[in-house]
Write a protein that binds this ligand. Sequence first.
Ligand SMILES: [Zn+2]
Length: 445
Amino acid sequence: MCDESAEVPGPIRSVVTRRGVLAGAAALAGVSSVVTAADDAAGAVRRAPDRRFPGRPPVPPPLVVEGGPLLDPLTGRVVEDAVVVLADGKVLAAGSRARTAAAVQEVSGRARTIDAAGGWILPGLVDVHVHVNAIADAVGVLMAGATSIRSGTSNFYQDVAMRPLPRWKPGAVPRMRAAGVFVTPDLGDTVLADPDLAPLASLPDGVRSPEALAYVTRVNLSRDVDVVKTRANPRAGIPQQDPLELVYDETQLRAVVETARRGRAGVLCHAYSADGCHGAVRAGIQSLEHGVFVTEETLELMVRRGTFFTPTMGAVLGLADSPDPILAQRGREYGPVLQAAVLRAHELGVPVVAGTDTFGTATRSVGSEVRLIGETGVPALDALRGATTTAARLLGWEDRIGRLVPGHLADVVVVDGSPLDDLAALERVQLVVAQGAVVRDDLAA
Ligand SMILES: [Zn+2]
């Protein structure tokens, strides 16, 4: 990742930080004799400290959620008076009382039982575009029913650091696909996120060359991100910026996509303008974010390439409520265009997924995003799939989340009413179980 030649300020430092690589060079320079045994031992401790935690991850106790109708978003099937049995962080059984009786027996005496009669039992929801920079941000998203999320970038790799938390504290934050830092021309304080970003401060025009774009992408991959986020256009939520200008064209985006692909990471791309959306899809992105002025031609290309569409409707429509007149006008203009694009995308067969584009603790619920997708004319079950099975496929977790079937992970929400009759029911969350832990329970109240 680093330019090795820039890492040789002196013999001791080079021995400490890059001993394996530089041992030969140091010997050639005749400096090996200055390295004492003590230096060598200290270097070894600093270089490869024992980072094993002296303890084991906890296992959440079994849990039974029973009494409400259970909806499977994949099939659309509803089982009345259903039972869901969770054990060891997974679904042990889900379905009718007869089908689940043996599993209930297996956990009896150890399990807590939650009476969900009156509510609808669903798999935990997925928010595929959300920004979490603090635990409180992630908790807000979780309380709204999103037990899995795909990060849309964090400022300083907080998403990468948050990703393992649920293993050590079930229910702490949602399951996460991490994006690391935004691949964008002006990194600003983001250069402080990793020492390897420092060379980018030397670029007078910012991160624009294919080489620089590939470099930032590689820094992200070195931090073990799952996905990479970049852009074709400026932001819509800043009055001084024109979201229809082009920031990165197809060639530039291709540098990000191809570098990310070598690290087995898909790319999510923020785009508004017709040419921005088209260049991004041609470059091979995995999902188009916002996409207000996406054309019919681009939607057809998305079908052929399997590109997902994350319209972030709450974020775009919400501009109309802005106190800033430019943003309010933008929201009024963009809203109907985006609504038409979402319905057309669905009709053509583009997978439409739910992303709130939430920042901070001012959470828009993933349920409201599903409702807004439904209000375009997309059928309720298909809109719900955008936050369950289709979203699970985008995250590469279709065998783990998005349904309540044996072997899937122990993420459950209960909502007040049938989402098939009224998607607004998804905004009335009564229970959230994440990683087998109850994190919200309004049913008893
Ligand atoms: Zn975003």
